[in-house]
Design a protein. Structure first.
Length: 478
RNA sequence: GCGGGUGUAGCUCAGUGGUAGAGCACUGCCUUGCCAAGGCAGAUGUCGAGGGUUCGAAUCCCUUCACCCGCUCCA
């Protein structure tokens, strides 16, 4: 019990820290805030960019077989008709008049209309009532006394053009994936790609979720990191296994505690209609295990749907191979797709929660400290440069020069001369800055600075001329 | 959307009808100079918002917005 309270506490403390230090603010706060919308402050924007940049680097830049795409958020409405989002996103919801649970009509237990069913009402009394013509009962208590079905379209709609009308209704994308399918041949042909290959995209998606919860975990406007990997049918199982492993490892490599991560295969009844297999990368959030990323074997479902709906062939033509069925060249086929689809904003929350640590008071620090043990690669600021004494212009000038040198090498670093040195270290600990360089009298005499490590507060002296290299190596190699 | 809870300074919170507060944080100066040191001075509030009751509302009533917990959905 006490543990649950402290876990709850951790989330609340993180939300406070996010606001206090400028990671995340509530959107439009001075107007009372807007549901589920959040803004990323000076440190938050750096962290989020580092997360997506590291994803891009690992998925696109460090591979021969994956290329990038940045597609428009508004797409032709037929795309969503073909993908099934226009239908599938209008889930009829029903509320139980007895237990007040809200559930999806299409997932409710079916019953023959007119059947007398016995269930317990709100006062737990046994009641009998006939099943309505709709032919289902409450998925929770079994009551047939239900509200009307109400359709909820989960896509945001707007109009393309100044006059609002049915004909020019368009939608904000509910996922980035469809742009990769629609552009499949454009990318493949322009870049002379051979199967297997992937198309990656990072960007915002929008869903009118029924319930939003858990800070930035589930919001109506969110950021995705998705990659569609096109493979020859038959090799899909192997690639599915490959990407499951690779994606889990990505989080581990960026410092998430492996004991807080797991791969959870979907149950058969949980699988989306298009998927042959799906596994979620889950993180142990304060409220329980929850999804960071889904890796799905989408088969040729999407390309087939778009091929049918658009009337354009989306097949790969391999002139050097014979069709296994006819024995003739070329071999034409629709590739299968393995999709690792990650939530970037969810990853940000996981990185923050996993890094959040409170140290009790110790000999060196009587107040204890709050420290974000972020991996150096995702840390918003890599190095803080601090003159030991503000009054000495020689020290401040030297420190500022060092910061400039870091900037010149593309390393985000920060200059701070305000308050005592201990207080400045504490501020950087809360910001997750892995390294502090302190410029003191010795610096001017022998061109050395102390480097102080966030995680264990250890200090050592290094040559100023090597500072950039040392920090860069620690950021890149750790 | 349903049920329960919360909303007062940047953060954590006290304040149950009678002059809006504390700690930390923040700004300036002095002292100190390697882990949130001390002193002096200072600034800071639509008491979430709107309406009502009252001589008087942070406090009572109504409406609304946002957040948290459960149900539900998803990356």
């Amino acid at each position: 019990m006490s543990q649950e309270v402290s876990v709850d506490d951790r989330m609340n403390k993180l939300v406070s820290l996010c606001k206090r230090r400028g990671f995340v603010f509530q959107s439009s706060e001075i107007y009372g805030g807007l549901k589920s919308c959040y803004d990323y402050g000076p440190l938050g924007v750096e962290l989020k960019r580092n997360v997506t940049d590291n994803w891009w680097r690992s998925m696109v830049h460090e591979r021969e077989d994956v290329v990038g795409l940045d597609a428009s958020i508004i797409m032709h409405p037929d795309v969503w008709k073909a993908s099934g989002h226009l239908d599938g996103f209008s889930d009829p919801l029903v509320e139980c008049m007895d237990c007040h649970v809200r559930f999806r009509a299409d997932k409710a237990p079916r019953m023959e209309p007119g059947t007398e069913v016995t269930f317990r009402d709100a006062k737990k009394k046994k009641v009998t009532a006939p099943v309505l013509d709709r032919g289902y009962v409450c998925s929770d208590c079994g009551s047939p006394r239900l509200s009307e079905e109400r359709a909820f379209n989960l896509m945001f709609s707007t109009h393309l053009g100044p006059v609002a009308s049915e004909e020019n209704t368009v939608y904000l994308r509910p996922e980035t994936a469809q742009a990769m399918f629609v552009n499949f041949l454009n990318v493949q042909q322009s870049y002379r790609l051979k199967i297997p290959f992937g198309i990656a995209q990072v960007g915002k998606s929008f869903r009118n979720e029924i319930t939003v919860r858990h800070f930035i975990f589930r919001s109506c406007e969110f950021e995705q990191m998705e990659m569609e990997f096109f493979v020859e049918p038959g090799s899909d199982d192997e690639w599915f296994e490959y990407w499951k492993k690779a994606r889990l490892q990505w989080y581990v490599d960026l410092g998430i505690d492996p004991s807080n991560l797991r791969l959870r295969p979907h149950e058969k009844d949980e699988l989306a209609h298009y998927a042959k297999g799906c596994s979620d990368v889950e993180y142990r959030f304060p409220w329980g295990w929850d999804e960071l990323e889904g890796i799905a074997n989408r088969t040729d479902y999407d390309l087939r749907k778009h091929q049918e709906a658009s009337g354009k062939k989306l097949e790969i033509i391999d002139p050097n191979r014979e069709d296994p069925n006819t024995g003739k060249r070329p071999f034409r086929y629709l590739p299968y797709v393995i999709e690792p689809a990650a939530g970037a904003t969810r990853a940000v929350l996981a990185f923050l929660l996993d890094a959040y640590d409170e140290e009790p008071p110790s000999e060196t620090r009587k107040d204890g400290r709050v420290v974000l043990r972020l991996h150096p690669r995702v840390a918003p600021i890599k190095a803080a440069v601090l003159p030991l004494i503000k009054k000495d212009e020689n020290l401040t000038a030297r420190a500022r020069a060092i910061v400039k040198e870091f900037w010149g090498h593309g390393i985000n670093s920060f200059y701070d001369e305000k308050d005592s040195i201990g207080r400045r270290y504490a501020r950087q600990d809360e910001a997750g800055t892995p390294f502090c360089l302190t410029v003191d009298g010795q610096t001017l005499e022998e061109e050395t600075v102390t480097i102080r490590y966030r995680d264990d507060m250890r200090q050592e002296r290094i040559e100023v001329s090597q500072a950039v290299d040392i920090v860069r190596k620690k950021v890149m190699e750790s």
